[in-house]
Design a protein around this ligand. Structure first.
Ligand code: GLY
Length: 499
């Protein structure tokens, strides 16, 4: 069964059971400044669970685009290392806002998997929170699940919250057993993180709202929030063990191989690139641009991680933006906004690739030289800082390279170097140092570089030899302050543009 069909079967099944089909919300949560990205289907309904917002329906179903990179649910570092983690994925979900609770949630999930999708019962395994006798009784007595295929687990596995605050509750998860040929043990066993038993669906019994001080207050009405990763259930339905083998990834992997001139379609770096083009394109589509802070920095980290993997495959030309077209062909039908924003996505990625290309080679050389003379298994903090500050290597990019070589990072040393840098710039901003001039001006220079490579501008101020001046003559060297510019300024470890 193709992914698109699973998606539509899911939505239809829940519609037949009284749920309203609601469109995916954007990746930037409109209702929650504390949350970096939409990381689950329930995010757009957060205020409905707490009773602050009402909707004309009590049951909803969605296929929600999600990003799990940065923040509480962060899978960035796992991408490329496991068969089932992604920075971007689609979450199928059904929701009850004070309507049905545990018994119906469990029955709907079981019926969808075993009757609609036809999965054999003996391939499914369930877990409940160790305190949740009610859920356990429903699974064993009402549904008839074999008690030998049920595990009781603690908060780490079976208590779900969206972030540090917000609706939360105990959950019950359904796992699929990929069979004895695949290594791994059932949930709760020592080797449950291997690939045999894979969590496919999480049923959250929303009962509390968590506040910033950690206290939990009961929600007005117990509710249900479920999440099933489309890519994982597609792997089950398509009889493959890795999400990267499902239909949704085939064209992307091929396109990534083509633009990086890679023959080996199994290369781990191709999977990283195929994963990252999805999160990066959807993030840009939803209004994020690469920058040095907040959401923009997470995007920059993902793009640079992808570019480094291209570099690892031997690619020394910009390639990443060239895959957008294939992504739009694959997903533009389900997400029209992706198609509408294709040009903008390509332009932003191209710009970031051009910028990182200036420092990547030199940074890799610094790193290789340092690795070849290492006397321990740890990359020193000073080096991590230099790569970050001078060559624009986000720390997780350096970590990704280190992990490939079985090395660790001296994060404490990196943070110390960062603190020293902050202290220096704090002092530098109160005392003029050579080459710096303090201008007394209002406003800031608008950066146009994501969309323009040239532009007209107004000269706002001039300086020469450390002093503000009214004019510069031909042949003088000085500083020009403009109201707007497509030139990227030197900052946050990036070199400034030259032109
Ligand atoms: N909201 C349920 C989950 O993300 O697993």
């Amino acid at each position: 069964m193709k992914s698109a069909e699973i998606r539509s079967q899911f939505l239809e099944y829940f519609q037949e059971n009284g749920h309203t089909i609601v469109s995916s919300s954007p990746l930037i949560p409109g209702n929650d400044p504390t949350l970096l990205f939409t990381n689950a289907g329930m995010v757009q309904f957060k205020d409905v669970f707490t009773g602050e917002e009402t909707r004309p329906y009590h049951r909803a179903t969605t296929s929600q685009r999600c990003v799990r990179a940065g923040g509480k649910h962060n899978d960035l570092e796992n991408v490329g290392y496991t068969a089932r983690h992604h920075t971007f994925f689609e979450m199928l979900g059904n929701f009850s806002f004070g309507d049905y609770f545990k018994e119906d949630a469990i029955r709907f999930a079981w019926d969808f998997l075993t009757k609609r999708l036809g999965l054999p019962e003996e391939r499914l395994w369930v877990t409940v929170h160790h305190s949740d006798q009610e859920a356990e009784d429903i699974w064993i007595q009402t549904i008839g699940v074999d008690p030998n295929r049920l595990s009781r687990l603690g908060d780490k596995d079976n208590f779900w919250s969206m972030g540090d605050t917000g609706p939360c509750g105990p959950c019950s998860e359904i796992f699929y057993d990929h069979g004895p040929d695949v290594p791994g043990g059932p949930p709760g066993s020592d080797d449950d993180d291997l690939d045999r038993y894979i969590e496919i669906w999480n049923l959250v019994f929303m009962q509390f709202e968590q506040s910033a001080d950690g206290t939990r207050t009961p929600l007005p009405k117990p509710s249900v929030d479920t999440g099933m990763g489309l890519e994982r259930i597609a792997a089950v339905m398509q009889h493959v063990h890795s999400n990267y083998e499902i239909d949704l990834f085939q064209a992307l992997l091929k396109a990534a191989a083509e633009v990086t001139h890679t023959q080996d379609l199994e290369a781990k770096s191709l999977r990283v690139i195929a994963d990252h083009i999805r999160s990066c394109s959807f993030l840009i589509c939803d209004g994020v641009l690469p920058s040095n802070e907040g959401r923009g920095y997470v995007l920059r980290r993902i793009i640079r991680r992808a570019i480094r993997h291209g570099h690892k495959l031997g690619c020394d030309q910009p390639f990443f933006h060239k895959i957008v077209h294939t992504l739009v062909a694959e997903m533009g039908e389900a997400y029209a906004e992706l198609r509408d924003n294709e040009d903008r996505i390509v332009a932003a990625l191209k710009q970031e690739e051009a910028q990182f290309a200036k420092t990547l080679d030199a940074g890799m050389k610094v790193l290789e030289d340092a690795v070849s003379s290492l006397t321990s298994k740890t990359l020193p903090g000073e080096l991590i800082f230099r790569l970050y500050d001078t060559h624009g290597f986000p720390v997780d990019l350096t970590n990704d390279i280190a992990r490939e070589r079985d090395l660790e990072l001296d994060i404490a040393g990196f943070e110390k170097a960062m603190d020293e840098q902050r202290e220096k710039s704090r002092q530098g901003s109160s005392f003029a140092v050579e080459g710096q001039v303090r201008f007394d001006l209002d406003g800031s220079t608008e950066f146009l570089g994501y969309t323009h490579l040239d532009a007209s501008a107004v000269v706002v101020a001039l300086a020469k030899d450390g002093e503000q001046v009214d004019a510069l003559a031909a042949g003088d060297s000085g500083i020009v302050v403009l109201n707007q510019t497509p030139f990227y300024a030197e900052s946050g470890g990036q070199q400034g543009d030259i032109g």
